[in-house]
Write a protein that binds this ligand. Sequence first.
Ligand code: DX5
Ligand code: ZN
Length: 237
Amino acid sequence: MKKIKIAASILSADFSRLADEIKKVEQAGVDQIHLDIMDGHFVPNISFGPVIVKAIRPLTRLPLDAHLMIESPDLYLDEFIKAGADIITVHAECYGELRPHSHPALKRDNKFPKEIQSLDTKKITRDLKRIRDQGRQSGVSLNPGTPLCIQEILMEVDEVLIMSVNPGFSGQPFMNSVLPKITALRKIYQGNIKIDGGINNETAPRAVKAGANILVTASYFFSAANHKKLVQDLKNL
Ligand code: DX5
Ligand code: ZN
């Protein structure tokens, strides 16, 4: 089994003391810093962009993991690469025919969450190659309601990011319904499977058992009394 790695999302950090928060993440033994980039179009929230990524870059040697929850990611890839992101993940939902919502209770203004049934593999491959050609690691992410539709592009990615909440906010409950997708993916993919959303000491074991090897955490990490112990416990699962 792969060694478990932890990515701390600064979405739950105190942005008025970002340098201290980055130090806290480093001292806790976290492996990567997860950057939740939101544009108010792909998700119903706005966070931060390349300016903040650039500001963080000199503060740490940890890999910066840019999770792009934005429409038309191709327009911004170079910006995030220039800003210093090491891992760049785009959402599959930006590269396919959007499908009508299967869970009416989850929809907001008929726009969120974005879900697709099939993928434009040519279009996404072009962007994934662009990331790799510039020496960065590439990732593809799937929203909870998007089925496993990435079989044909697995050789183009260094990791698959499985969303276990509908993206937009930290602090949401983990969706067990995504576990079978991880199990199915692990059967055909030996690379990194990263899980994002609602991770804590109860949900992390389920994700790891299904086949995930990198755990993203925002609210659970930043609300902990002992960050180092939390990271150690998660790594020892
Ligand atoms: C959700 C983001 C997640 C989020 C995780 O849109 O992609 O990375 O920050 O937050 P928690 O760990 O609190 O669920
Ligand atoms: Zn994220």
